[in-house]
Design a protein around this ligand. Structure first.
Ligand SMILES: Nc1ncnc2c1ncn2[C@@H]1O[C@H](COP(=O)(O)OP(=O)(O)OP(=O)(O)O)[C@@H](O)[C@H]1O
Ligand SMILES: [Mg+2]
Length: 305
């Protein structure tokens, strides 16, 4: 197994009477994309800022790349890259000026032309920050976070407010960062984003981690049920399917049949039945639960409620 690069143990943080983070423990391994996911106000940014050393925890211990984020702040700053949720730059700073300014903060920097090229910003080198689109601004913030070739990069709600296409571009970039060996610690309240991007996730609610694992494992553990929906004529289709051992429920609405079941054999069982029954099928799809369903199951409410 890859070595642990971030280790958080019993982290707690309050603001006055508000408990923002309570007894959070987690570990992130080298080369993975780890996502802290949860609704607004769950404590994602607070946790991340404590890990970066930008906020002082009330209690608990944190180690990043073997360093203490508060005590070894200067040393750590050279080795981590940070994109803040509420990041802004001056309206009239140009892309290349921002890159130059950031470069001056570090003892070692990458080839910045190549970096801008990789992030699709070459044509915007001379553009003012205020003239960039939302997706371009986010790509610039990624560039600034990567300028010193950090070992770990922190991305806080990177794609909030972006349209689906810009979001997908950013996902590809983040996967590329991981593929080059950099560890990524991100937060998001978009379950689809977490599912597509993260190797492992921790679900946080009201400051506490309520589940942790790979997206696929969490879905398998909490929402193992699958559905098959198909359209065909034929008599008592649902009744006959209900008799199969892996089928839990079967309903027909006119010629559309919705079959629910669990286990590895379920979909095959339904297909085998259909093939053997001589039914003519006009449409067929399988439906799998998602992380969104896991969240709903664990908390009793949707992530945006
Ligand atoms: N500087 C602050 N002063 C007081 N309370 C704060 C401060 N920052 C955050 N909080 C509170 O702490 C809790 C956790 O906030 P945090 O920003 O960590 O959540 P989050 O999961 O990042 O939310 P979002 O998805 O909206 O970014 C919230 O109740 C919030 O109101
Ligand atoms: Mg936040």
């Amino acid at each position: 197994m890859a070595p642990i690069v971030i280790s958080v143990s019993h982290l707690s943080k309050r603001y006055g009477r508000t408990v923002a983070v309570e007894d959070v423990s987690l570990e992130v391994r080298e080369g993975e994309i780890f996502g802290l996911i949860g609704p607004n106000g769950a404590g994602k940014t607070t946790t991340m800022e404590c890990v970066q050393g930008h906020r002082k925890a009330d209690s608990g211990t944190i180690s990043v790349l073997g360093l203490d984020p508060r005590r070894d702040a200067n040393q750590l700053r050279q080795r981590i890259g940070v994109q803040h949720q509420e990041a802004h730059l001056q309206k009239r700073i140009k892309v290349w000026e921002a890159v130059d300014l950031w470069s001056s903060l570090y003892s070692r920097v990458v080839d910045t032309d190549a970096l801008l090229e990789r992030l699709g910003l070459t044509a915007k080198r001379n553009a003012w920050f205020m003239t960039l689109s939302g997706g371009q601004k986010q790509r610039l913030f990624i560039a600034l976070a990567l300028i010193h070739e950090p070992d770990v990069v922190f991305l806080d709600e990177l794609t909030t407010g972006l349209d689906p296409q810009a979001r997908r571009t950013i996902w590809d970039l983040v996967t590329g960062i991981r593929d080059r060996g950099t560890t990524v610690f991100l937060t998001t309240h978009l379950m689809e984003e977490a599912e597509r991007l993260c190797d492992r996730v921790a679900i946080i609610e009201h400051g506490k981690i309520i589940e942790m694992g790979t997206p696929a494992d969490l879905v398998e553990k909490h929402c193992p049920e699958r559905s098959v929906v198909f359209t065909s004529d034929g008599d008592a289709v649902a009744d006959r399917l209900r008799a199969l051992p892996s089928v839990q429920s079967a309903m027909s609405n006119g010629s559309t049949h919705t079959i629910r079941g669990e286990g590895d054999d379920f979909v095959t069982d339904v297909i085998t039945f259909i093939a053997g029954s001589g039914l003519r099928v006009r449409g067929f799809r399988t439906e799998f639960p998602t992380l969104e369903d896991v969240f709903l199951k664990l908390t009793g409410h949707g992530i945006r409620d």
